[in-house]
Design a protein around this ligand. Structure first.
Ligand code: DGL
Length: 288
């Protein structure tokens, strides 16, 4: 691993691009390798065992890039799998998005003694209670309201935006109980949701802070790389953005480029069986 090695960003689909975009703006010279497990999405309705296996396979596949850091840019995978990923790959530096998200929400809650913090996320993230724990550590007296919003990942992956009628209806229904409880902060506990941030802000009004983990997560990556002496020392001409997906979706590069604000080369298609083979080969190597 050298300062020129890439930062790997992993998600089930497009959502982790919100984190990749923040990393690009905080660390503009870095090489980024992005992996979207589009064939097996959504992760949010699957079990911990399944999601952990998927992400282990992906890391096993990408480790030939010698990443200097891996960001699990998916709340579901962070909530369900982070400790076992660190245990499986002790030589790799791996971080997630839950702690940075909770830190950002706790800061946004300000001085209020008993702020009301709403968290929306996938079913698996909500069930794991990972956000509840991470928020309690920082704001023990906060009133925390958790709500799963399972329709949002599929409709965002479809490329529907905030002006779409179905999107507006789903978001309005999901937010209703949180609005009634007068939340001070809405934490977007899924990396897909910032793609609709404008809609959340519009529906909640300026009095509610709408927070996601992307910026704090990118700053966390910078701090880790700086502590390890691995910040890229070249200039922007070295940077690159390489994408891998498990389903050859024609929409991916179009949506990715639109969202990131720069042209993304067509992604490399990794068939899921290549991931299985890679993972079984690694297990076999460990066993002998
Ligand atoms: N972006 C993932 C997250 O942050 C979405 C999970 C999914 O595929 O359901 O949880």
């Amino acid at each position: 691993v050298t300062h020129q090695s890439p930062i790997v960003v992993i998600d089930s689909g497009l959502g982790g691009l919100t984190v990749a975009r923040a990393i690009r703006s905080v660390l503009p010279n870095e090489r980024i390798v992005y992996f979207g497990d589009t064939a097996r999405l959504p992760y949010g309705s699957k079990s911990a065992v399944t999601v952990t296996t998927f992400v282990k396979q992906i890391i096993g596949y990408l480790r030939s890039h010698c990443p200097k850091h891996i960001v699990i840019a998916c709340n579901t995978a962070t909530a369900l799998a982070l400790p076992s990923l660190r245990a499986e790959f002790p030589d790799l530096s791996i971080s997630g998005v839950i702690d940075p998200g909770a830190r950002a929400a706790a800061e946004a809650a300000g001085e209020k003694l008993r702020p009301v913090i709403g968290v929306i996320a996938t079913e698996a993230t909500i069930r794991s209670k990972a956000y509840e724990r991470a928020l309690r550590r920082r704001r023990n007296h906060a009133h925390i309201l958790l709500r799963s919003t399972p329709l949002l990942v599929p409709i965002i992956e479809e490329g529907r935006d905030m002006n779409d009628t179905v999107v507006r209806l789903a978001v309005a229904q999901y937010l209703q109980p949180l609005v009634e409880r007068k939340i001070d902060v809405l934490l977007l506990g899924c990396t897909h949701y910032p793609l609709l941030k404008g809609l959340f802000v519009e529906m909640l009004g300026m009095a509610v802070h709408v927070i996601d983990s992307a910026q704090t997560c990118a700053e966390d990556v910078r701090r880790r790389l700086s502590a390890a002496g691995l910040l890229h020392r070249g200039d922007v001409s070295d940077r690159s953005f390489q994408c891998y997906v498990t389903d050859d979706s024609p929409k991916f590069s179009e949506l990715a480029s639109k969202f990131l604000g720069f042209e993304v080369d067509p992604p490399t298609w990794v068939k899921p069986e290549e991931l299985y083979n890679q993972h079984s080969a690694a297990l076999l190597r460990q066993a002998i």
